[in-house]
Every structure is written in structure tokens, then in C-alpha cells.
Design a protein around this ligand. Structure first.
Ligand SMILES: N=c1c2ncn([C@@H]3O[C@H](COP(=O)(O)OP(=O)(O)OP(=O)(O)O)[C@@H](O)[C@H]3O)c2ncn1[C@@H]1O[C@H](COP(=O)(O)O)[C@@H](O)[C@H]1O
Length: 109
């Protein structure tokens, strides 16, 4: 089964590309071009994800979401962040939603 470890491995690979020669890798090239180019790719992949969802082809949708996740991970790495930061935020929200759910449902005794 594929797990969140893939995100950790990819994060480490992306971090290793930050100082790599742009001629050797797509990711290194994107870092070299800078934030504007990375944001442009994130925007393009978001639009392609929406179009894939509308065309009803599930494999196409999965591939476009993979492109979107990948490019948002490049964006995070460019800011010195990683997938782990996002996973931690989602974990924090799980905790928060538990607390809110309890608060919304007073004890019945
Ligand atoms: N997961 C990915 C990944 N997903 C998508 N892409 C690339 O993202 C690019 C953008 O796709 P598009 O559909 O927009 O195609 P395009 O028109 O060729 O893109 P542009 O030239 O317009 O930017 C393509 O070149 C894809 O190959 C990826 N490139 C790399 N990775 C991972 O990143 C690792 C490091 O990559 P490199 O350092 O580039 O080898 C790899 O081992 C992979 O694990």
C-alpha cells in the first residue's frame, strides 16, 4: 500500500534539487526560474484538474491531481517548507474538529 512516505521521499528529493544544476533536472530548472514560474505551474495544474474533473475520466483526474500536488510541493520547497508541514496542519485540524464536535454535542446525562 502506498503511504505518506512517498510525500516524505519526494520532499527530500525536491530539497536536494534546490542547489542543483538547472540543466540536469526539471525541478532544478523550476527552482532556478523562481517563484513566478512555480506559481504559474500551480495555476495551470489547478485549471487542468478542474477540466479533468468535468470530463469524468477518473484516471485523467488522478494524474492531474498528482501534477497539482507535485507542483504545490515544489512551491513549498521553494519557501523552505515541505509536505510534512501540511500533514502536521491537517493532523492539527483533526484534533480541532474533534474538540469542536464535542463542544457542539453537549453531554447527554
Ligand atoms: N513527480 C514528479 C513530476 N510530476 C510531473 N512532473 C513534470 O512536470 C512537468 C509539467 O508537466 P506539464 O503537463 O505541464 O508538461 P510540460 O508542457 O512539459 O511542462 P512545461 O515545460 O510547460 O513546464 C512535466 O515535465 C513532468 O515531467 C514531474 N517531475 C518530477 N517529479 C518527481 O520529482 C523527482 C525529481 O525530478 P527531477 O529533478 O526533475 O528529475 C522525480 O524523481 C519525480 O519523483
Amino acid at each position: 500500500m502506498v503511504s505518506a512516505e512517498i510525500l516524505e521521499r519526494l520532499s527530500a528529493t525536491l530539497a536536494s534539487r534546490r542547489d542543483a544544476d538547472p540543466s540536469t533536472s526539471y525541478v532544478a530548472r523550476l527552482f532556478h526560474k523562481g517563484q513566478e514560474a512555480i506559481l504559474k505551474k500551480v495555476g495551470e495544474e489547478a485549471v487542468e484538474t478542474i477540466m479533468a474533473a468535468k470530463d469524468g475520466d477518473k484516471l485523467h483526474l488522478v494524474r492531474e491531481v498528482a501534477d497539482l500536488w507535485f507542483h504545490t510541493m515544489v512551491l513549498l520547497a521553494n519557501e523552505g517548507l515541505s509536505a510534512e508541514d501540511v500533514l502536521a496542519e491537517l493532523a492539527r485540524r483533526e484534533g480541532i474538529s474533534g474538540i469542536e464536535e464535542k463542544a457542539a454535542r453537549p453531554a447527554q446525562d
